[in-house]
Design a binder for this molecule. Structure first.
Ligand code: AMP
Length: 305
């Protein structure tokens, strides 16, 4: 596996190794790799002649109040893991290659091009993290321009991110097809996340109820062929979540039942004809490490009711 830090090295590697008819799969990550990331890698390795993974903790998607310095970084373990999997190139770009004019977190002081995908960045995750998708769209556009992959692989775990990026790629005519890979979960159902490592076993167990709530509501929607009210679906979720809210384990940031194509809320009692996405963010307070609060996200898609 080659490890490169500059744009020029990636371009040289492409010129020397990739023929016109060959395909490249690309997986952008922020490192601290887990089984969730690996499912993206495996799909890419299976479907393409070459696979490139990037590891870059992107400052512009963090707000000044979020702790960029505390984001877990495990670069040498990540590289050792990638070597065992059949990845061709690991790209760990230098900060000044990606942001030649430098980068500060205060957006009023930033310089250079930034991309905003309007209409789908403001709601859900965008409420607590107003400039998050601007940062994500910008870094992914830069990486796609550097790597020029045939396909880019992203996780359903970050469903809003996928919708934002898919729209960006299509409407900026970037010549890469984005592929969404299903959420990888542990045996309790909890979605795998780099942030799970901040939580004790007991709290991870409790956190699996986030998925249980969503999944009970999603099953009911399917069982009733879409003929159920939004309020009843919310009640099913809260039936599972309320004990944990009352005990202080969960603080619900949002629950959304939205149209997957527009990310607009579905206020209806007839979901037939929609692809419905249940999504949520919940702050989990760790039971053992008092003061540790982790924001977990999850979602379920119910296709073509
Ligand atoms: P990150 O390193 O957190 O930016 O994630 C890199 C990619 O891995 C994103 O496309 C995520 O959606 C994806 N990912 C993270 N966790 C999971 C998971 N549990 N299942 C599937 N994909 C995931």
């Amino acid at each position: 596996m080659q490890i490169y830090e500059t744009v020029q090295e990636i371009r040289n590697w492409r010129k020397a190794n990739v023929r016109e008819f060959q395909t490249i799969g690309f997986i952008p990550t922020m490192g601290c790799l887990h089984e969730g990331h690996l499912s993206l890698l495996r799909a890419s390795i299976k479907e393409n002649d070459f696979t490139i993974v990037s590891i870059f903790v992107n400052p512009s998607q963090f707000s000044p109040t979020e702790d960029l310095d505390k984001y877990p970084r495990t670069l040498s373990e990540d590289i050792a893991l990638l070597k065992t999997l059949g990845v061709d190139v690991c790209f760990t770009p230098l900060l000044n290659e990606i942001y030649p004019q430098g980068i500060v977190l205060d957006i009023t002081k930033q310089r250079g091009p930034f991309i905003t995908v309007l209409g789908m960045s403001e709601q859900l995750e965008g409420i607590t993290r107003p400039n998050f998708f601007r940062g994500v769209a910008t870094i992914v556009a830069k990486l796609l321009n550097i790597v020029s992959p045939t396909k880019g692989y992203f996780g359903q775990k970050d469903i809003q991110q996928f919708i934002v990026l898919d729209t960006m790629v299509k409407e900026l005519f970037i010549d890469t097809k984005l592929v969404m890979i299903p959420i990888q979960r542990d045996d309790r159902g909890l979605a795998l996340s780099s942030r799970n490592k901040y939580l004790s076993q007991e709290t991870l167990e409790i956190s699996s109820n986030i998925y249980r709530g969503l999944s009970n509501a999603a099953s009911k929607l399917t069982d009733l062929n879409g003929m159920i009210s939004r309020q009843m679906l919310l009640d099913i979720i809260y039936e599972i979540w309320t004990p944990f809210v009352e005990s202080g384990d969960f603080e619900v940031d949002y629950i959304s039942i939205a149209n997957m194509n527009t990310l607009l809320e579905l206020e209806t009692d007839d979901f037939r004809g929609f692809t419905v996405v249940f999504s949520c963010a919940v702050y989990v307070n760790d039971k053992k490490n008092i003061g540790t609060k982790v924001r977990l996200i999850d979602n379920i898609i119910i296709d073509n009711i």
